[in-house]
Ligand binder design. Structure first.
Ligand code: FES
Length: 147
């Protein structure tokens, strides 16, 4: 059994410890806000926070995070009132929306470390991919949230 905390709740998974966190969250915990894009650690659609850092859940075997604190998009705020979520709405960031939970989680982790990131800081930290090309709006929203 593997135990850690997800969105403030203890979880105990009777799964192979090699199971990617992404599948434990989506299939065992029904937290489907965390998306499957590439499964190879490249797109960032599966970004969650593990002990406060942005991580790609498809690349994290659950057996490696025993006792950790995981936050998913569902746990970022109680009422979608996190400053990044509010900025995303204000700047009308999403187009198709699929990559946006991962984008928001990556942005929130960046702003925890750097409340006023430059465009270069944003480009360095947010390596998530968006097929709709919403990158200019993402930059504006991160700057908005950081104000
Ligand atoms: Fe994890 Fe693409 S699904 S990085």
């Amino acid at each position: 059994m593997t135990s850690f905390t997800v969105n403030g709740q203890p979880v105990h998974y009777r799964l192979d410890p090699r199971t990617p966190l992404l599948w434990a969250l989506r299939d065992a915990s029904n937290l489907t806000g965390t998306k499957y894009g590439c499964g190879m650690g490249q797109c960032g659609a599966c970004t969650v926070h593990i002990d406060g850092l942005a991580r790609r859940a498809c690349q994290v075997p659950i057996g490696t995070i025993e006792g950790a604190f995981v936050t998913t998009i569902e746990g970022l705020s109680r009422d979608r009132g996190h400053p990044v979520q509010q900025a995303w709405v204000a700047e009308a960031v999403p187009q198709c929306g699929f990559c946006q939970p991962g984008m928001i989680m990556a942005a929130a982790a960046l702003l925890e470390r750097n409340a006023n990131p430059s465009d270069a800081d944003i480009d360095a930290a947010i390596t998530n991919l968006c097929r709709c090309g919403t990158y200019p709006r993402i930059r504006r929203a991160i700057a908005h949230a950081g104000r």
